[in-house]
Design a protein around this ligand. Structure first.
Ligand SMILES: [Zn+2]
Length: 343
């Protein structure tokens, strides 16, 4: 177990927030109930009083037992009456109890000194969020993707237009996301800059994160810089919670902009290891790159290329650079779908 202290601290803070939230939530429910039934509030006060009286009775003299029994009966009757009131409003039985997000550990993160599963997933989630925080996931969605930037005239040597091809790519990505599982295929998004690769990768990432999958999205340069930095930290580099472990474990790993990283022996062997580890574990990966196969071959060794070509399904992006079109002032025809800033 070796998440960094900052991650632990963030998780503890989140648990504290959850506990506070359930207390405030209970307060809110109590005031709703008491506004509708002043008797309920009165009963609650009386129950509190019988508890105090019971505590005192323990130290009383000979009639201690009778006193305690009477108080217990009284308490029970009050409790029953209160339950009846709660039921009469169709509220759940545990209406006046704290509602925890995790009932196993009551949002304390551990049970008998052992870490609760909710804490484990919280630590993991925070680590994912930290890794993903460099990319504005929420800005690029399927809804904000516009096909209007892609020409409708057939391309050279093809009977299809960029618009038709990209419409198929778009539908494919949507279906991929909707039917995603840990055994989904791995993909290679290929095409010139500014054709929507980043936008659609981010759309896939944010929709899957929304559905609860563990997704890591990172550009190749950012990811390799981070891994390089961690590789000097021998204690952490391959433990649970390290970037290396997270990218091996996550449900989907998306590496954007492959080929723009500074090429070193470290970066090449690290990339190979990442891809290889995921392939061996049959875990999907999406790589996007501006480079064509010949350019990839020039930049990487044969081992990586055979892994990429052999294991990833190629998805080709076509058209005219959308960023340039926007710079020239072209606007998509459809209103309200123009947010393609991330392309
Ligand atoms: Zn828990």
């Amino acid at each position: 177990m070796s998440y960094s202290p900052e991650i632990f601290e963030a998780a503890e803070k989140e648990l504290e927030k959850r506990r506070l939230h359930s207390e405030m939530d209970l307060e809110k429910r109590r005031s709703i109930l008491f506004a509708r039934s002043p008797r309920a509030e009165e009963i609650e006060r009386m129950i509190a009083r019988t508890s105090v009286a019971a505590a005192k009775a323990i130290f009383s003299g000979a009639d201690r037992r009778e006193k305690l029994e009477a108080l217990r009966d009284q308490n029970l009757a009050l409790q029953n009456e209160l339950n009846g009131i709660i039921k009469s409003f169709d509220f759940p039985e545990n209406y006046l109890e704290l509602w925890h997000k995790c009932s196993k550990c009551r949002d304390y993160g551990n049970i008998d000194g052992k870490m609760c599963s909710c804490m484990k997933s919280l630590l993991r989630q925070i680590s994912y969020d930290r890794l993903n925080s460099i990319s504005p996931l929420s800005l690029s969605t399927f809804d904000s993707f516009s096909l209007d930037y892609y020409e409708k005239t057939p391309m050279k040597d093809s009977k299809y237009s960029p618009n038709e091809i990209m419409s198929r790519v778009f539908t494919f990505c949507r279906r991929y996301t909707r039917t995603f599982s840990q055994s989904s295929r791995s993909l290679l998004f290929q095409g010139a800059p500014g054709l929507g690769k980043t936008h659609l990768s981010l759309a896939i990432a944010s929709e899957l994160i929304e559905s609860g999958f563990g997704v890591i999205y990172a550009s190749a340069p950012a990811l390799l810089t981070k891994l390089n930095k961690e590789s000097f930290d021998y204690e952490r580099s391959s433990d649970e919670g390290s970037t290396e472990q997270l990218i091996a474990d996550c449900d989907l790993l998306i590496i954007d902009d492959l080929g723009t990283e500074f090429s070193t022996r470290f970066s090449v062997s690290t990339l190979y290891n990442i891809i290889n580890t995921r392939m061996i574990a049959s875990k999907p990966i999406i790589i996007s790159t501006n480079l064509n196969i010949a350019e990839l071959q020039e930049k990487y060794n044969a081992r990586i290329i055979s892994r990429i070509i052999g294991s990833l399904d190629r998805v080709e992006f076509v058209g005219t650079d959308i960023r340039q079109q926007k710079r020239r002032g072209k606007k998509p025809k459809a209103a309200g779908t123009a947010s393609t800033e991330m392309l």
